[in-house]
Design a protein around this ligand. Structure first.
Ligand SMILES: [Zn+2]
Length: 339
């Protein structure tokens, strides 16, 4: 073999290895079918007898509904693909938002509570606000600047007042200052603000974090905490009494053992909820109308993150409930012992 031919063969092998590596990194980091034991199976009886229900749409988009009033966390439905996020400016899809409003009867949504301003939480708030003019948008000033970029009137916008409760129907909601997941190369912007109205389309990197919040939701004696990001302020949650914890686990597997233990100590072990529902584990580059898949290896090892959470929860007899599609899950303490 000539030197030239040898070099070409070597180059071909290197390219092949690179392609194989990229293909692997884009694969889902585990299978939902391996966690069937923890998956919620909807039964008509439990849904019809429970007053307060929740639906999970991936990342930390959660729709709480008591038949009269709805409260939406984040409301991220457009879910642009990975190539759109990397190579294009991104924007809400008005037809998709319209379809979600019709399918989920979102006209009853009184408030959208936004956890922080990254696009996988806040991309759709301006379009939702436009199509739902009676819905309040609650978030940091950065988050409200995303809504302002879509010309949402000021009277629809409420800047988060930490620890000051708001009431919407029978829901009492309180924002608790929180901590984002440790930064990575692509979101190293924690604490940075969006200081001007942000018009779409925009690059994903323009959706600066702008501070993170957990939301405590109280409804007729049932208390829920939604914690979107894998980060905690020490002792922030220690005096809360929470029945159901929606706990973000994105990139938990990528952190040190000390971080993992501390995160679970500050959240799950401090709160000792009856039920923990993992959130922010799905591949949010996939459309909302497809079954949720685990994050690709590129972003996390979801199989491992889930196992870390399940082990800690089972040690303290907290029930783990995995919601893998937007079905109504009843938030009634009496029903939670019979999944
Ligand atoms: Zn984020």
């Amino acid at each position: 073999m000539s030197i030239k031919k040898g070099l070409l063969v070597s180059l071909g092998l290197v390219i092949l290895c690179l392609v194989a590596g990229i293909v692997f990194l884009l694969q889902p980091s585990g299978q939902m079918s391996d966690f069937q034991k923890w998956q919620y199976q909807a039964s008509e009886k439990s849904v019809s007898t429970s007053k307060l229900k929740v639906k999970f749409f991936g990342v930390s988009t959660l729709l709480f509904d008591d038949s009269k009033t709805q409260i939406l966390i984040d409301g991220f439905f457009s879910r642009p693909s990975l190539s759109q996020v990397l190579f294009q400016k991104i924007q809400s899809q008005p037809e998709m938002i319209q379809r979600m409003i019709q399918q989920q009867h979102l006209q009853r949504t009184r408030a959208i509570l936004v956890t922080h301003s990254h696009y996988d939480h806040a991309l759709d708030i301006a379009e939702l606000g436009k199509q739902l003019p009676n819905t309040k948008i609650i978030g940091s000033n950065s988050t409200l600047n995303i809504a302002r970029g879509g010309a949402i009137p000021e009277q629809q916008l409420i800047q988060v007042q930490p620890l000051q409760p708001f009431t919407f129907g029978e829901f009492k909601v309180t924002a608790i200052p929180s901590q984002h997941t440790p930064p990575t190369a692509v979101n190293n912007d924690l604490g940075e603000e969006i200081s001007q109205p942000l018009q779409q389309p925009s690059r994903f990197s323009e959706f600066k974090e702008g501070h993170s919040f957990d939301y405590l939701i109280e409804h007729q004696g049932h208390t829920v905490l939604v914690k979107a990001s894998t980060g905690a302020i020490p002792d922030q949650l220690k005096n809360l009494n929470v029945n159901t914890l929606f706990l973000g686990i994105a990139q938990l597997s990528r952190q040190s053992t000390e971080f993992q233990q501390d995160y679970l100590d500050q959240t799950l072990k401090t709160l000792k909820p009856k039920v923990v529902v993992p959130i922010h584990w799905d591949d949010f580059f996939k459309p909302v109308d497809q079954p949720l898949e685990f994050l690709p290896y590129l972003a996390d090892n979801t199989d491992k993150s889930l196992k870390i959470l399940i082990q800690a929860a089972e040690q303290q007899k907290t029930q783990v409930v995995l919601l893998s599609q937007p079905v109504s899950y009843p938030l009634d303490p009496a029903l939670q012992s019979q999944p």
